[in-house]
Structure formats: structure tokens, C-alpha cells
Design a protein around this ligand. Structure first.
Ligand SMILES: [Zn+2]
Length: 584
């Protein structure tokens, strides 16, 4: 019996317990038959169905929808006991057409080969320089098409120890499927994290081919690649999972200390349903507390709404997709602001059965006189087996990647701008060309600046931001290569430039191709605009970010290469910080 036990925990809403259960048997074969002889480490896999508890002392492999859900549920870098933890984002895989069982196999084998994410191979290139290669066993042969089948389950190819050994004589088997010819070779679609010890740039990714999907080239929050870049002292233990006795129904309340240590929001009580075309309880033109009409065009919220308004209605409440997972509670907007709730995920638990799912807050309610604490979408209620007046709990857990929004109701335009104490004057705006893609900040204070590269010329950028069709994106400012500044959205409004980071940020676009650095005149204009914004809205200098590095920016759809090469070639926030230090 191997002395390592790995609990395979299913918290996903996109794969069933049956799917996971049958994959686990095949993954066990891969570990014991294929991996253990090559790497000398075996493990016993135990499937933990939703609602059950992982065994104490076990390592965890958690199947989740995406990194947002991981955060909402309190899964971080280590188990609650501080033991190794791996994550599989099955929803993200689905979205990008990848096979979740290949990812599960990939993460499982890497967890076993380097559980503390701290092993490397060193290739020294001179007296003073060299490169560390991360001991990741499935990255070099990552693509689904290099995997193989065990039973009905597709699993990942993986490298052998010899892949990290430069002396390996030709003909040495370097990976399970014998597809790699040379040590350190990357197959197309493969990659490896490397640390150039004299470059000062930390962990970087080397890709096997140019045609790397953006999804794969991003380190997802909580992934091994992200953790390798995070100092060990900053790693977080997971919060305790919900402890429910599923079938017996003996406990109607959450045991003390069994939930997230500090949930941001939690209620327990009776529920009902609301929303969608058939809900005659709401008026045909009734809206939602957390969403406005412009959100219909935001792809981030597309799943919440039906593609067209039901006949005879104009409001958002009846346009909700009744099959979507949404809910309404009597939120306290002082502690959980509208802006925060719009992007939060609430965990809803059927207290009769322990069945649970995530849902998106969309509205305020129900009325106190009903004696209920939550209104759920009909689809969610059905999926959880809930009838009106059944008991539920609704929890929003604290998470590292959720930025706290303050609920201060400050009307910036009313309090600033006239006779302002700003020591810097706003640089001239060549032209205000209004974009329709903006919405209310809902009282949220501006607290950061997000810098972008247009990856397109001035005309097509302005055209795209003006167009009512297409991606429905915008930015507050567009700075041409000549230094001319165009404004397209008022500062007081929220522009659509960095999913999840929009509510409190000002977005500035720089007209450049992805391979071009910022131009001198453009850099000067941008720096003077940033100086004015910092003083005008009392934004700390530390709160200036490249698009991909902005706190709150939702990377669940794969992140972005933006700001591209504007500030350097390495795609790091460090380069942005250096530009600010030198220019602003
Ligand atoms: Zn961008």
C-alpha cells in the first residue's frame, strides 16, 4: 500500500460524480502502472464525492470549474492541513475545448513528482549564468493529442527523469509515449517554466511553439505555475470545506468552524424562486439591483440572460435565463458592495441534502415579510432539489483574489475638478469621441489605472470602441503614437477594458502593435495623463497596472498578452512598475 493517499475531490458543476469516479480508476492505473516505475513514487487515489469529506492526512486533487470558483470556495495553495494540493479547472478546459481528464492526469502526476513545487534542474551556461528548469513532468508534452487512453479515460503523457538529464544517450526513453527525442525538448503546445538566474526576471515560460494558446500561456490563479512564482511564505492553506452529513439530514446548520474562517456574507433560512419569462410575480419592465441594460452586451454576464427579451417585457428580471445559476439575497451594500457582488460567486447549499452549487448574485431580495432569505433561479432550485420554503445556506467566502471594494458613495465629478487642488494640469484632450460602452460605477471609488496596448491602429481602435456591435469594449483614453490623447468615456463612468477590474479603474490604451515598445511622445503624454489622474483621484502610485496584472481582472477566460511589449519584452508587472518609476 503506497504511503501517499490523494483525495480526488469533485467540486465542479461541469463534470458529474460518475464522470470523476470512473476517471479515478483509470488514473490509479496510470499512477501505479506507468508513473511509479519511472519516478519511484506510488499513491492510492480515493474519490471524494461532492458533499463528503477528504480523509485526514491525504493530499488533494480538486476538480473545480475555474479559478474564480476555487477562490469562492476557499481552495488555495495547500490543504487545510498544509499538505500538497493540486487543482483542475474543468470548466475552463471545456471552454477551450481541452479534455479535463488529461488535465487531471497532468496535475496529478506533477503533484506526485514535485509536491512542494520547489524542485528544479540546473543547466549552467557559464561561470555566472545558467537556467533553472522547473521539475514539471507533464508540461513539455502538454497538448491533448500527445496523451493516451487508459480504459475510456484520456490521460496525459509525462516525461521521465532522463528528460532533465543532458547526458541521456540518444535512444533513451524520455517520456511515457516515446514522443520526445532530446532532453529538455518541448513538443508543440508544450512549455516549461525556467528561471534565468542572472536575468532578474524570475520565473518565465518557454513555449514549444509560437502558436501557443493564450489560455495555456497564462498562469491561472492558484495553479502550480502561479505558485512557483509566489514566495512560499505567501502560500495560503485552504479553508475548511463544508461538513455535511448528506443523506441523514441530521444537521440543519453549518457546524461551528466548518465553513470558511471569515465568510464575507452568510445567511441561512427559507428560499423561493424568481426571474425568467414565466415569473409573473415581477413586472414586465422590472430591473435588477445588480445589473443594468448595458450588461446585456458584456460577454462576462452572457450566461445570465436570454438572448432576446421575452415578448411583452422590457426589464432584466424577466430576461434572466431561468436555467442559469443566479440568486437574490438581502445584501448589505456597506460590506458587500454592488460592484463586488456583481463578480462574486455565492455557495448555495440545500440544508436537507447537503447538495451545493455556485450562483451569481443578480438582485436584492426577497422581501422581509416573506420570511425567506434567498430567491434562487428556477434552474438552480431544481438542480439542488429545492422546493419553495426549503432551507438553504448562502455563503460568499473570503478569497485572496477577490479585491475588497469600498461602498463609499462618492460622486467624483461633483467633488472634484473645479478649482481643484491638483498640482498637475490635465494634458490637452485632442478630441472627445464618445463610446457607448460604459456604465455606472455605482458609487465605487476610482483606485487604479490600467494600461493597455491597442494591438491595432488608431482608426480601427476608435471605430471598435464606437461600434454598437462587436466586442462592446471601450477605454477612457486612447493615446496615439504621436502623443495625441483621445477621450472616449468620462472618468466618472465605468469603461469596458479589463473584465473584473473595470469598476474602480481608469483604462488607458496606447496605439501600438503587439511587438512594439511605447513611443517616446506617447510615453510622455501617457505619463502626464497618469500624473494628473493620480492626484485628481488620490490613487496611490502603486496602483498602476498592465492589463494582465490588474487586481480583479478576471483571467478565467485565459488572461491576455496585453500590455504586450509596451514596457518591455517579459510580460511582467515589474516592467510597468519600472516605467512608472522612470516616467511618472
Ligand atoms: Zn488590454
Amino acid at each position: 500500500m503506497p504511503n501517499i493517499t490523494v483525495s480526488i475531490i469533485n467540486q465542479s458543476t461541469v463534470v458529474t460524480d460518475d464522470d470523476v469516479g470512473s476517471a479515478v480508476a483509470d488514473l490509479q492505473t496510470q499512477v501505479s502502472r506507468d508513473f511509479a516505475p519511472a519516478w519511484g513514487r506510488d499513491a492510492a487515489l480515493t474519490f471524494v464525492p461532492s458533499g463528503s469529506q477528504p480523509a485526514s492526512g491525504s493530499w488533494w486533487l480538486v476538480i473545480l470549474d475555474n479559478s474564480d470558483q476555487a477562490g469562492a470556495l476557499g481552495y488555495h495553495d495547500l490543504t487545510t492541513e498544509g499538505l500538497p494540493l493540486g487543482k483542475v479547472f474543468a470548466g475552463t478546459d471545456k471552454q477551450f475545448g481541452a479534455n479535463w481528464t488529461v488535465t487531471a492526469s497532468h496535475e496529478l502526476l506533477e503533484l506526485l513528482a514535485d509536491p512542494d513545487v520547489n524542485l528544479t534542474a540546473f543547466v549552467q551556461s557559464s561561470d555566472t549564468t545558467g537556467r533553472l528548469y522547473a521539475y514539471e513532468v507533464a508540461d513539455a508534452c502538454e497538448a491533448d493529442n500527445y496523451g493516451y487512453k487508459i480504459g475510456n479515460t484520456s490521460v496525459s503523457d509525462f516525461v521521465f527523469p532522463a528528460w532533465f538529464e543532458s547526458f541521456a544517450p540518444s535512444g533513451t526513453q524520455l517520456d511515457q509515449q516515446n514522443q520526445i527525442q532530446n532532453p529538455f525538448q518541448l513538443l508543440p503546445g508544450g512549455y516549461i517554466s525556467v528561471f534565468d538566474i542572472s536575468a532578474g526576471s524570475g520565473w518565465q515560460q518557454m513555449n514549444g511553439s509560437e502558436a501557443q494558446s493564450r489560455y495555456m500561456s497564462r498562469a491561472h490563479i492558484g495553479s502550480r505555475r502561479e505558485r512557483r512564482r509566489t514566495p512560499r511564505t505567501d502560500w495560503l492553506k485552504s479553508e475548511k470545506p463544508l461538513a455535511y452529513s448528506t443523506a441523514r439530514g441530521e444537521s440543519g446548520t453549518i457546524p461551528a468552524g466548518a465553513t470558511a474562517a471569515q465568510p464575507i456574507f452568510k445567511v441561512t433560512g427559507k428560499m423561493s424562486t424568481f426571474g425568467g419569462p414565466l415569473d409573473r410575480g415581477v413586472g414586465p419592465d422590472e430591473g435588477l439591483a445588480l445589473f443594468d441594460k448595458p450588461d446585456l452586451h458584456n460577454p462576462q454576464y452572457a450566461d445570465l440572460f436570454l438572448p432576446a427579451p421575452p415578448p411583452g417585457t422590457s426589464g432584466l428580471a424577466r430576461r434572466l435565463n431561468p436555467q442559469g445559476n443566479y440568486l437574490a439575497c438581502r445584501w448589505n451594500f456597506q460590506t458587500t458592495s454592488r460592484a463586488f457582488l456583481r463578480d462574486a460567486q455565492a455557495l448555495v447549499v440545500n440544508l436537507q441534502t447537503g447538495k451545493q452549487a455556485y450562483a451569481h448574485p443578480v438582485d436584492f431580495g426577497p422581501d422581509e415579510s416573506t420570511g425567506r432569505v434567498a430567491d434562487l433561479s428556477p434552474g438552480l432550485a431544481g438542480a439542488l432539489g429545492l422546493d419553495t420554503d426549503d432551507h438553504v445556506s448562502v455563503t460568499i467566502a473570503a478569497a485572496r483574489e477577490v479585491s475588497a471594494f469600498t461602498a463609499e458613495a462618492i460622486s467624483l465629478d461633483a467633488t472634484k475638478g473645479h478649482g481643484s487642488a491638483n498640482p498637475n494640469s490635465k494634458p490637452p484632450i485632442k478630441e472627445f469621441i464618445a463610446s457607448p460602452h460604459h456604465s455606472s460605477r455605482n458609487g465605487a471609488k476610482i483606485n487604479m489605472i490600467v494600461l493597455h496596448c491597442t494591438e491595432a491602429d488608431l482608426q480601427s481602435t476608435i471605430q471598435e470602441f464606437k461600434s454598437p456591435n462587436g466586442r462592446q469594449v471601450s477605454a477612457h483614453y486612447v493615446i496615439d503614437v504621436t502623443g495625441d490623447i483621445y477621450q472616449m468615456v468620462q472618468d466618472s463612468e465605468r469603461a469596458n477594458h479589463a473584465r473584473g477590474a473595470n469598476q474602480t479603474s481608469i483604462g488607458i490604451e496606447h496605439v501600438r502593435r503587439p511587438d512594439q515598445p511605447i513611443a517616446k511622445a506617447q510615453s510622455n503624454a501617457s505619463a502626464s495623463l497618469v500624473r494628473w489622474l493620480l492626484a485628481e483621484y488620490e490613487i496611490p502610485r502603486t496602483e498602476i497596472f498592465g492589463h494582465d496584472f490588474a487586481p480583479g481582472y478576471d483571467r478565467s477566460q485565459g488572461g491576455t498578452s496585453c500590455p504586450d511589449r509596451l514596457f518591455g519584452d517579459r510580460h511582467t508587472q515589474r516592467e510597468v512598475v519600472d516605467w512608472v518609476a522612470t516616467n511618472v
